[in-house]
Design a protein around this ligand. Sequence first.
Ligand SMILES: Nc1c(NC[C@H](O)[C@H](O)[C@H](O)CO)[nH]c(=O)[nH]c1=O
Ligand SMILES: CC(=O)[C@@H](O)COP(=O)(O)O
Length: 157
Amino acid sequence: MKEIKVLEGKVVAPEGMKVGIVASRFNEIIVNKLLGGAVDGLVRHGVEEENITAAWVPGAFEIPVAASAMAKSGKYDAIICVGAVIRGDTTHYDYVCSEVSKGIAQVGLAEKMPVLFGVLTTENIEQAIARAGSKGGNKGYDCALSAIEMVNLMRQF
Ligand SMILES: Nc1c(NC[C@H](O)[C@H](O)[C@H](O)CO)[nH]c(=O)[nH]c1=O
Ligand SMILES: CC(=O)[C@@H](O)COP(=O)(O)O
C-alpha cells in the first residue's frame, strides 16, 4: 500500500511563539487555577513567559469579544480562553454556555488561528474544582498543549 503523507503538530513550542489568554473573573477561585495551568503548560513546553499575555474579562460571556480583539491584533500565534460557568437556579447557564462556545469557535474560524476552548461548563462547583487542577486534570494546561500542537500543525498547511 502506498505510504500516505501524515501531518501533525509537535508539542514543542516554535521559537518566539506568542500566546494570548482570555480569562473570565466570574468564579475567579477556579479560573485562577485554569490560568495557572495554562501558563504552566505553555512554559513547560517552550513558550517564553514574556511571550504570554493574559486579559481578564468580567464573565465568560465577554470572552469571545476579547478573544476576537486579541486575535485581530496580529500579535499572537494562538489564543487560549479559560473560564468557569457553573449552573445556577435558572436557564441563564444554558444561554451563557451556548454563546460562549459558539463565539469562541467563530473567532478561530474568522481569524484562521488556533483559539482554544478552556471554559469549564459544569453542573456544580465540585465538577469545576476537579477539572481545575485536581482529579480531573487542568483544562487550562490541556489547552496550552493543544495550542502549541495546533500552531505547529497549521504552519504545515
Ligand atoms: N453565571 C456565570 C457567569 N455569568 C455572567 C456572564 O458571563 C456575563 O458576564 C454577564 O451575563 C454579563 O454579560 N459568567 C461566568 O463566567 N460563569 C458563571 O457561572
Ligand atoms: C451560569 C450562570 O449564569 C448562573 O451561575 C447564574 O445563576 P442563576 O441561574 O441562579 O441566576
